[in-house]
Ligand binder design. Sequence first.
Ligand SMILES: [Zn+2]
Length: 423
Amino acid sequence: MQPEQLFGMALGITPPWEVKEISFSPESKRLDISIDFQKGAQFPCPVCGKLSPVHDTTEKEWRHLNFFQYEAYLKARVPRVQCPDADCGVKQISVPWARSGSGFTLLFEALVMTMARDMPVNVIARLLTVNDKRLWRIITAYVDAARSREDFSSVTHLGIDETSIRKGHNYLSFFFDLTRRKLLFGTEGKDHSTIERFVSDLKAHGGEPEQITDAAIDMSKAFIKGVKDQLPHAVITFDKFHLIKLMNDALAKVRAEEARLFPEFLKQSRYLFLKNPEDLRPEEQDHLDRMIQHQCHKSIEAYIHKLNLQNVYFARNKAEAAGLLQQWHKQAATSTLALMQKMARTVKEHWDGILSHFDNRLTTGFLEGINSLIQSAKARARGYRNPKNMITVAYLIAGKLSLIGTAINPREMTKNLLGRSWR
Ligand SMILES: [Zn+2]
């Protein structure tokens, strides 16, 4: 068997296409695989499917998987066909080894998509010696194609979360299906218009705003307004994760203020206050005891308010939770700490939404998990603070997208071609 035939099999090239020539240049570190179609070959018209003769051709080149340390390229003259049907006219055909318009083979793109699930894009760019902008184009094309087939018609429980790309700047809002635990939609901003954009995306995927029965959000006025305006049947739940985070932020401020008075005791206690007493290591327990003995009263008081607020979520039912929240509120509202009074006011203003957690526990804990997904999306898009890229990576990581039925399913493609070539 000639190397050309062998490469033809390995690449899955079938008639009328054939591998014509392999040229290998150790100096330029490349392997060029020339593909051509058999003389007199006809191709289906891309519009109507009728077999059509070749009208003319254009030379094209695609980057393929490396051949050991050598960059490999496929080259071919790609025909335009003259369809017998005059309505179709002259049309460019697509080749079986690449998406139309792409400068990469499907196998190369399959490798990129597989790597993109687990690696930052700049690392992939370096490993594959491809310009990162071209990689982003591949990833975006596959993610967009997969998303276009998504069906949102059965989404009922929505979770909304926001994150900043840089600390305090460039906000993104993410919309999750809490039942299927997947990312539905990401968009720039954190105002109420993000919800309008979500609703039009929902409609574009076969959904209706009326079908959303529950929305778990943080206590931002913008999200509250957006949900009330755009999702008429959604009961708002203020997520536990967000409420406790708000409480932790208030506690951190109290601690930071008091640390100026008692630096010797409160130094390096930030993480300690994020933990529950039962999770403290022995040395942390000692540290906490020292703080109690040395009258770091404000921090300790705020810590107790935090623990009591967390306790509300251990209630067995809504009535019990309401009782515990009432108790908590009374204590926090009468605290001498302004930040705790403020927290008490916030809780009062969002009372029903906090307690509706107990009508519907679907949301519990999920948004917390999402936060870590979003963090890994940020890491994956490291060096690319472009919001669009961040959203694309988030879809890839958290969208549970099915790449099957895209121009190509990378995993299937790899399996098929490898199976065919080495069997
Ligand atoms: Zn035609």
